[in-house]
Design a protein around this ligand. Structure first.
Ligand code: ADP
Ligand code: ZN
Length: 529
């Protein structure tokens, strides 16, 4: 037998083969692991799904002592520890979910040198008792996961992270790793400074997934569009379709199945057995399309997913990137397709306005949504926009809808003015407000029961917008909402002007709009490695 403090594996590659069953390291993993095994510090920027966990788990397995992992996500901590234990690794965690006797046992194991990895929640490390405990054992490496939480300007700031800065002084000679999937330069600088890692080597992975073709279509009839998108893909392609609600997941799966697509549903409302059966069909059989809420995909590692489709707008670019990133892990051509419309913007803006949370929280949600909307409405390369969001510069990619079929733009100033003045008049003169459908009826001079009842044919803007189709008007409204030149309000999601609308009404703010075309980029997806 081996002494308990001795590492379990003699080399990183041996650990990789034995514990994880993988053949080779991916991307920067080998270089990062080398640096840490040699005793150096590392700051690691890698997209979600890039394989960050191995970067600290493997050094912990080949260096003497216990690897300390600071992680703010309790659920993830438990998953990782379970998975590690199933693979024969001596792992444990210390967090608020443990009973007192369980905690005492984990502490004993650590001090006795019986643990390869110990996961700890950040708030525990601000406690002197935890620091004292750690000093009584031997640390092999200190990993700080989600290191961007140290940034006060970021979305996920956690004050407890600030206390992690002195770990280097308390444990000199123990290599430290800071890991994050958030890549802005500013965050990067803050991590290095606040965690006091001036001599760390920096590993910045590219966030680009060149084999994924990005496409975003304006939404007209999401299910029909989805069906024709799936039919345009090579027969037997495995795919994931994301929808927001369980109801929509069920209905969409049924709809596709009726049309002859091998589609199944996946969401938290299904029985555990059904879920497991559907998941395993998706993993094992060819050409299955799973329609799912975003709960699906965590920890799913299927390399040959050929497309990821969104029929509802993701809440953030991070979410979009993570979900679309499940396509084409094998490097072969894959497509990320989305249908996005006016209703999505209205719904999500309203959800934010109505959410609990303080003003700051709402403002952050709003920023997340705005970035997502900017990606949807961009007239330049989608990939460039996406990578820029993560702080990485790039050239137009040639493998997204806007590169393949550059969208036309048109001057939407007059249209925006007609719409806004209709809204302003109704508000000022009659103290009324309406949703998109009725406003469009007014602008197009369409007589309906409601326009008659309200006498809206008497408005000065009645019928002024006949030059645009109803679909065009929806596109105008969607784009104005996306830029906060309009805002939904009240229980009925009626439309209101915003502070920024004044510039449009005066004619000072240009309003270049994207001309919507559906089914863009019908050229085949490309493999680019
Ligand atoms: P991150 O923490 O960066 O989001 P993970 O560490 O969870 O990513 O890894 C994502 C997935 O990739 C996991 O399923 C993991 O097992 C797998 N993975 C990581 N490294 C490798 C590798 N070298 N070879 C094959 N699969 C890997
Ligand atoms: Zn492009």
């Amino acid at each position: 037998g081996r002494a308990s403090r001795q590492p379990q594996y003699s080399s990183a590659l041996e650990a990789l083969h034995t514990v994880y069953g993988y053949d080779a390291f991916r991307g920067d993993q080998a270089a990062i692991i080398d640096q840490v095994v040699e005793g150096g510090d590392a700051v690691v920027l890698m997209p979600t799904g890039g394989g960050k966990s191995l970067c600290y788990q493997v050094p912990a397995l080949v260096r003497e002592g216990t690897g300390l992992v600071v992680s703010p996500l309790i659920a993830l901590m438990q998953d990782q520890v379970d998975a590690l234990r199933a693979n024969g690794v001596r792992a444990a965690y210390l967090n608020s979910t443990l009973t007192a006797p369980e905690r005492v046992e984990v502490e004993r194991q650590y001090v006795a040198g019986e643990l390869d990895l110990l996961y700890v929640a950040p708030e525990r490390l601000s406690l002197q008792t935890t620091r004292d405990l750690l000093a009584r054992g031997t640390l092999s490496v200190i990993a700080i996961d989600e290191a961007h939480c140290v940034s006060q300007w970021g979305h996920d700031f956690r004050p407890d992270y600030l206390a992690l800065g002195d770990l280097g002084e308390q444990f000199p000679g123990v290599p430290r790793l800071a890991l994050t999937a958030t890549a802005t330069r500013e965050t990067h600088r803050e991590i290095t400074e606040r965690l006091r890692m001036p001599s760390a080597q920096h590993f910045v992975s590219s966030f680009d997934r060149p084999n994924i073709q990005y496409r975003i279509d304006p939404k007209v009839d999401a299910r029909k569009q989805l069906l024709s998108f799936i039919r345009s893909q090579p027969a037997g392609s495995a795919g994931i379709v994301y929808a927001l609600s369980r109801k929509s997941v069920d209905q969409t799966a049924q709809f596709l199945a009726k049309q002859g697509i091998d589609a199944i549903a996946y969401h938290a409302g299904l029985d555990a057995e059904v879920r497991a059966a559907h998941q395993s069909r998706f993993l094992r059989e060819d050409g299955v399309v799973v329609v799912a809420t975003i709960a699906f995909g965590m920890g799913i590692d299927k390399p040959d997913v050929r497309f990821v489709a969104h029929i509802d707008l993701p809440k953030s670019v991070e979410g979009y990137y993570q979900e679309t990133g499940r396509a084409g892990r094998d490097g072969e051509p894959a497509v990320a397709w989305m249908a996005y419309g006016l209703g999505d913007v209205v719904q999500q803006r309203r959800m934010i306005q109505q959410s609990d949370g303080d003003r700051l929280f709402q403002a952050r949600k709003q920023q997340h949504l705005d970035a997502m909307l900017a990606l949807c409405e961009t007239v330049v390369c989608r990939r460039q926009n996406l990578l820029a969001y993560f702080g990485q510069e790039s050239a137009p990619c040639g493998n997204c809808d806007t590169c393949l079929t550059p969208p036309e733009t048109w001057d939407g100033l007059v249209a925006a003015q007609k719409l806004m003045s209709t809204i302003v008049r109704l508000q000022r003169e009659r103290n009324q407000s309406f949703g998109a459908g009725h406003l469009i009826d007014i602008l197009r001079g369409k007589e309906t029961e409601r326009t008659r009842r309200f006498g809206h044919d008497q408005l000065s803007t009645w019928g002024l917008g006949q030059d645009l189709s109803e679909q065009d008007w929806r596109s105008v409204i969607r784009q104005l909402l996306a830029r906060s030149l309009l805002a939904p309000q009240g229980e009925w999601n009626t439309l209101a002007v915003t502070e920024s609308s004044a510039g449009v009404l005066r004619g000072d703010t240009p309003v270049p709009l994207r001309k919507d075309t559906i089914g863009r980029a019908d050229k085949p997806a490309r493999a680019r490695k």
